[in-house]
Design a protein. Sequence first.
Length: 382
Amino acid sequence: MGAQQVRDGFEELYGAAPEGVWAAPGRVNLIGEHTDYNDGFVMPFALPHTAIAAVSRREDDVLRLHSADIDAGVVEVTALEPGSDTDWTAYPAGVVWALREAGHPVRGADIHLSSTVPSGAGLSSSAALEVVVALALNDLYELGLQRWQLARLCQRAENVYVGAPTGIMDQTASACCEEGHALFLDTRDLSQKQIPFDLTSEGLRLLVVDTQVKHAHSEGEYGKRRAGCEEGAAILGVTALRDVPYADLPEALSRIDDEEIRRLVKHVVTEDERVERVVTLMTTGADAREIGPVLVEGHASLRDDFRISCPELDLVVDSSLSAGALGARMTGGGFGGSAIVLAEESDVASITKTIEEAFATAGFTAPRVFEAVPAPGARRLA
Ligand code: ADP
Ligand code: MG
């Protein structure tokens, strides 16, 4: 759905034109998985898939929320209470709650939105929803907040209001990414570097393969990994696992008795190093093909040490590599969702076919495959 359609939909629903229309993208993470709640490094880029929202202010404190993609009509929210809402409306309502709680003078709003970001596919449809609402309210109420501040508030909305213990990557990616670039983000201080990322000119493509297996973030496994990482940091006497230098990893691991925690620590510390390696490759004029093996290493670490992959994600990686892909790994929180595949342009068709055939043979639901190029971050459309 485009900006005009969302604008028209708003007018039809609420009987007046919206004050404006905004967009915020989903993201795919190139490398740096489960590092964002360990104060570590990530490198996402924005997808062309976006959540688009038409928004007007109200003179009372009521929120009227409508999604063109959900058959639930207009939902009216009058009281904002963390944990009170288990529906999709918790995402936009949570943003309003977080803004108000931080002392920003945000009153009611009428919101109509639609999103092309696949939901539950590990491509951050939730962050797109939060960021589009945050940006709209920031503009309309002239709050003057910067992008990283909006991302923090959106994270708070998701952590506290929705109750999903996610890190800061998704919201920052949606708010801060730039077209043609990957975002090298230090999740400790949110310092960022836009890294030019143009695979096309090198004859390469990045495929996103949505396995159609729905992950469930807020459920136990994500929280367990997060708690395990915190325990690892406590055993090692550091603020966060980011503070364990890669060179000290063997010594650090020798101080942890619990096998489970040792594996989590190993993944996080090596994953930060992989992000730094990819940044070095991308900023020193290296052949982008050299990123491939780093992606494969990252997948093995997520599968064997962090243990958040699933048979469908492993099959994307294994089948694409067997068909000549340069690299592949699961992306996003895990337990389903999407994988990425780095390939020569000339191999895209045969790799896609191989993945699809492998899924059919295994009896899995057919995956959705598309090519991703770095798109713009959140913006006002009208
Ligand atoms: P992901 O962010 O990986 O897509 P999440 O579980 O974090 O997965 O977020 C998915 C949730 O976001 C959905 O269950 C729904 O509540 C909400 N959502 C996503 N897209 C839309 C949409 N177009 N309209 C309404 N709610 C949406
Ligand atoms: Mg999400």
